[in-house]
Write a protein that binds this ligand. Structure first.
Ligand code: DC
Length: 242
């Protein structure tokens, strides 16, 4: 467990393995865990429940500011409640997955999410050892000053096969075809507002295409330990950035 609070930011496209890897890294390091995608999904679920037109960007932005979201950051039992209802399972349903990009590409929504996510990070750092935060814009926008920043990538083929197995317990041709929309179209839409296919300067890229889950977790932990043992030296002309 680290002596001083740390933030580990992990971005990546769908199917890169970032959610399961982030959660396991948090567990092993005794850190909190925040799935920022769950926040966009929860807002999508709420707007669908309320009958809000997802293309009405002003109304959706207003809902983002006021909707009753409670998010739990224990990596052993991360929770998502909206207005007291447990929505952890509902936000993974296809109806939400198909619509969430409308919400995630709304720039006013993103500004509200940014403030909420930064507050959750500050709370976790204040209360404990820190937090692992995963999403699409964590390394670049939400926490560019995080102590450790990673971009998990994988080939489109590997990402499709993983998500098909998750959704349909199969990676045959039919399952891959049914998964295509959720991976390729959604990432293309989301990539219009965040850059998560190439690591930004200072962000460590890890290609998980040929790695098992355990190897992916080990790759992140090894890099965290190596950077903690040899913290980067800032020079006066790098503005303190890595
Ligand atoms: O990781 P996920 O599939 O649960 O993310 C749900 C949606 O939210 C997806 O369309 C990408 C978007 N998202 C985002 O734009 N920024 C984040 N930090 C996290 C998720």
């Amino acid at each position: 467990m680290p002596d001083t609070p740390i933030t580990i930011a992990i971005d990546g496209p769908s199917g890169s393995g970032k959610s399961s890897v982030s959660r396991q890294v948090a567990r092993q390091l005794g850190l909190s865990y925040l799935d920022t995608g769950a926040m966009y999904r929860a807002l999508t679920w709420w707007c669908l429940q309320q009958g809000v037109d997802l293309t009405d960007s002003q109304e959706v932005a207003e809902q983002a500011r006021t909707f009753p979201l409670e998010i739990g950051t224990d990596p052993d039992a991360p929770t998502v409640h909206v207005g007291g209802t447990d929505v952890a399972a509902a936000i993974r349903e296809t109806s939400v997955s198909e619509q969430v990009s409308h919400i995630a590409t709304n720039l006013e929504v993103r500004a509200t999410m940014r403030d909420q996510q930064r507050q959750l990070i500050a709370d976790a750092r204040h209360a404990g050892s820190g937090i692992v935060v995963e999403g699409r814009d964590i390394t670049t926008v939400i926490a560019p000053d995080a102590e450790h920043r990673f971009l998990l990538t994988a080939s489109e083929e590997a990402r499709l096969a993983r998500r098909a197995k998750e959704l349909f317990s199969s990676d045959d041709a039919e399952a891959i075809e049914a998964t295509h929309d959720q991976i390729v179209r959604r990432d293309a839409a989301d990539a219009t507002v965040s850059a998560f296919f190439e690591p930004a300067p200072g962000v460590v890229g890890i290609d998980t295409s040929d790695l098992t889950f355990e190897q992916s977790v080990a790759a992140v932990l090894d890099a965290v330990h190596a950077a903690s043992a040899h913290p980067p030296v800032h020079t006066p002309d790098d503005g303190g950035n890595r």
